[in-house]
Design a protein around this ligand. Structure first.
Ligand SMILES: Nc1ncnc2c1ncn2[C@@H]1O[C@H](COP(=O)(O)OP(=O)(O)O)[C@@H](O)[C@H]1O
Ligand SMILES: [Mg+2]
Length: 282
């Protein structure tokens, strides 16, 4: 078999897993995909109500899946059907929790005998791994998985938040499949109102991961913005722009310092509120 050598060719796509409680706004992330880019949605939960206007306008297209066979049919079309490949740039899978529970039900029906439970879990893990990895590696699309969050206790009886899927080994391994894992939650903002945020690194009991190293601990829950940052294409950051100018003049330099300080204070402030707020919830 011919080896596939590692090349320096950069991958201009993003794949991520967004974990969060029900109602936090995972499905609504569809609104943050640029309008010029078409998205194929695989909906396994009857939860498209929040983007109904987008469904009516044709902005949200895709399939409502009721079994793993439907999911695999979508996968094959996205892979091989030229019409789909030319059309879509994003694939939005909503949600892994539902796909996992559908898969579990199918396996239970296939292995009704309790003595077959080992085979049942083996088959379940095989199908789930195949689905997750195949979509994750589905070039050239940007791929977003959503997943409900589940609260558990680790061996030291400390609470931890993990993705809500069937089978403990899959639950533990799931985040390792992805380069980017965002925990979506709300944080108190100035003025007392709540603000939705992505946590992009392991923080307190929350899962998070950013292999690009380009994201802040907290990021706006905006897929287009996050993707641009990960790929190094984010230019709207005033500090970034002013930093480049700063060599040219002291006035500009002062402006940059002030902006950086503001940004820094704002970030620390959010962090402190966040820690206080979230520890109260653990
Ligand atoms: N960024 C946001 N700002 C304000 N409201 C939002 C935001 N994101 C989601 N919502 C609202 O929250 C509700 C639940 O959102 P939804 O996307 O269905 O959550 P989930 O998919 O996590 O269960 C919807 O009514 C939606 O309009
Ligand atoms: Mg939803």
């Amino acid at each position: 078999m011919a080896l596939r050598y590692i090349t320096a060719e950069t991958d201009r796509r993003m794949t991520c897993l967004v974990i969060g409680r029900a109602g936090i706004g995972k499905t609504s992330l569809l609104r943050t995909i640029p309008e010029s880019e078409e998205v194929f949605t695989i909906s396994a939960e009857a939860g498209l109500l929040c983007v109904r206007d987008m469904v009516e306008s044709g902005r949200v297209q895709g399939a409502e899946v009721t079994g793993t066979a439907d999911v695999i049919e979508c996968l094959d079309n996205l892979r091989f059907n030229p019409k789909w490949r030319d059309r879509y740039t994003w694939v939005f899978i909503d949600s892994l929790t539902e796909i996992s529970s559908v898969c579990y039900e199918e396996m239970k029906a296939r292995y009704p005998d309790r003595r077959d439970s080992f085979n049942m879990w083996d088959a379940y893990a095989g199908i789930m791994n195949r689905i997750i990895k195949s979509f994750r590696d589905l070039k050239p699309y940007n791929v977003v998985f959503t997943c409900l969050a589940a609260m558990e206790f680790d061996d030291g009886k400390k609470p931890i938040v993990s993705p809500d899927v069937q089978l403990k080994s899959l639950k533990q391994r799931l985040t390792s499949f992805f380069d980017e894992v965002f925990y979506m939650t709300d944080v108190p903002a100035e003025g007392g109102e709540m603000r939705r945020m992505f946590i992009t690194q392991p923080f307190l009991a929350f899962p998070g991961k950013d292999r690009s190293g380009r994201l802040e601990l907290h990021e706006e829950p905006d897929l287009a913005r996050v993707k641009a940052k990960i790929l190094g294409a984010w230019r709207a950051h005033p500090a970034g722009v002013v930093r480049a100018w700063s060599l040219r003049g002291r006035r500009r330099e002062r402006r940059q310092t002030r902006w950086d300080a503001d940004a820094h204070n704002q970030r620390s402030w959010i962090r402190i509120c966040h820690i206080r707020y979230l520890t109260g919830h653990l």
